[in-house]
Ligand binder design. Sequence first.
Ligand code: T3D
Length: 272
Amino acid sequence: MPPVPDRSSPAETPVLLDRAEGVLTITLNRPAALNSFTQAMHGLLLPALDAAEADAQVKVVVITGAGRGFCAGQDLNDPAMAGTDGPPDVAAVIERYYRPLANRVRSMPVPVIAAVNGVAAGAGVNFALCCDIVIAARSASFIQAFSKIGLVPDCAGTWLLPRLVGRARALALAMTGDKLSAEEAVQMGLIWRCVDDAALGDEVKALAVRLAKMPSQALAQTRLALDAAMTMDFDAALVNEAQVQGRLGAAHDFVEGVSAFRAKRAPVFRDR
Ligand code: T3D
């Protein structure tokens, strides 16, 4: 299969990594094609997340895009999409790339922040929505573009959308493929907040550094417990809370958090 034209300068790699103060920033870097996913990008993105999982120094992951877009979903010029002698094997692409990517983000041992700097479309939106906290620039937009090319929302869109905004809005967003502004996305509960474009970097950095100092394991378990409770009845959720608290209560970070509170000092968390 021939390589996908990169659309970024030859010197550029489709995924950039930067680590500072316990925060790994992953930048999707094909700005000329709005950072749409290629096989080359997938080939760097998942391993970067795997490496972050294994690296105890990484306390928070931030995902953002280079240039004016966040991510326009699958690169529609990618040979994997175009097929060769017949229709493309879309299911194989989903199984190979998007299912592992969505599962990877949702199972990270640390918080994952999406810093949506511009338009997010197709799998690009749902990749962002897989993250724990989504902050967007005010000029960013969200487009469930799938229906326009004869597909359904993927990268966990069918699971996420109704849970985030309810069935009526999820269906309308997915069926129309209409563009949603960042402010509308906040009002709808699709994302956490939007900020002025010029403030996005500073806001995300401040949040990421703050979360990096918090108890990573408890934050990751919070995600798991909330998601698990979505399919539990009331008492089952209470039982699960007791079990999770039981594990966390026996761990270092709880002891440290309580000790630091009593001693009126800053805690130093380490569990992951
Ligand atoms: O097998 C499988 O792969 C299945 C997996 C599916 C998962 C999916 O994500 S399906 C959905 C794929 N994404 C889309 O359908 C979105 C397509 N893009 C757009 O609708 C528009 O580009 C946007 C609404 C996102 C932004 O519009 P606008 O006017 O701001 O920018 P533009 O001029 O359309 O795009 C700028 C450039 O990026 C342009 O290239 P050019 O003309 O300057 O050379 C455009 O072709 C390119 N680009 C944007 N999106 C994609 C893309 N190139 C390849 N693939 C893209 N998805």
